[in-house]
Design a protein around this ligand. Structure first.
Ligand code: ATP
Length: 239
């Protein structure tokens, strides 16, 4: 019996954004399968953050298309993409520094309805391991804990797609283990796209990996395929 092929959750076709002469994202064809943990790797400046910014709507493409479950979202503003289930956590900027840890997450939870606000907020914090820090101002947390707070805020949105931009940066080894367990617990309900510089983490977590260099896709495959790819080794892994 032929396996039923589910349509991709995300498909980009020739997606492009240049900054002047810099081809940050240069004709990227990319597919995200529902329920996968997809790693996005590549050298500094390869275009990873710019690419996920195009997916989340933080930046608009100059050309090409983005389909979410078959629907063209290329021109949708970021807040409408959030409503459609795309959550993007990136380098702290979404945290309100003077609010408490609890209130930061409660704000995100509230956007999904006000019932059981306290319970749901506590649950999101416990999920990332920040229970006990509820009353602290967010700005007093360590960098790693701010990343986890951001993750709790993203999870509170109950996203279909969670985009994580370097989530393990600043985490201690024990926290990285906890983070990996957490990410595994999210799929398949949530699909995860993970920009990650820590090769051990991405090779361990990802079901598939896409390698970007100079704004283009160099390779896509399983961790083993990507690791064995000579072009990838030359451009990135061997470095
Ligand atoms: P890193 O791993 O260092 O975070 P990255 O793969 O995420 O890198 P991007 O941050 O997407 O790469 O940057 C891709 C290219 O686009 C780089 O050459 C970068 O300098 C350039 N770039 C990014 N944002 C801008 C901007 N706003 N204006 C001009 N150039 C930019």
């Amino acid at each position: 019996m032929a396996a039923l092929i589910e349509p991709p959750l995300v498909r980009t076709d020739r997606l492009t954004l240049h900054f002047g002469g810099i081809k940050a994202v240069d004709g990227v064809d990319f597919t995200l399968r529902p329920g996968e943990i997809h790693g996005l790797i590549g050298p500094n400046g390869a275009g990873k953050t710019t690419f996920v910014s195009l997916l989340s709507g933080r930046r608009m493409a100059q050309s090409g298309t983005i389909l979410l479950a078959g629907e063209d979202i290329t021109r949708l503003p970021a807040h409408e993409r959030v409503r459609k289930g795309i959550a993007y956590t990136f380098q702290i900027t979404s945290i309100f520094p003077r609010l408490t840890v609890f209130d930061n997450v409660a704000l995100a939870v509230q956007s999904q309805g006000t019932r059981d606000l306290t319970t749901r907020t506590r649950a999101a914090l416990a999920r990332v391991g920040l229970e006990g820090l509820e009353a602290q101002e967010a700005q007093t947390l360590s960098y790693g804990h701010q990343r986890l707070l951001e993750l709790a805020m993203g999870l509170a949105l109950k996203p279909r797609l969670l985009i994580l931009d370097e989530p393990t940066q600043g985490l201690a080894a024990s926290e990285i283990e906890r983070f990996k367990t957490l990410v595994r617990s999210l799929v398949p309900a949530t699909t995860v796209l993970l920009i990650e510089h820590n090769m051990e983490v991405v090779m361990d977590l990802a079901t598939r990996i896409t390698v970007l260099t100079f704004g283009r896709v160099l390779a896509t495959g399983t961790p083993a395929e990507v690791r064995a790819n000579p072009a990838v080794q030359e451009a990135y892994l061997g470095a």
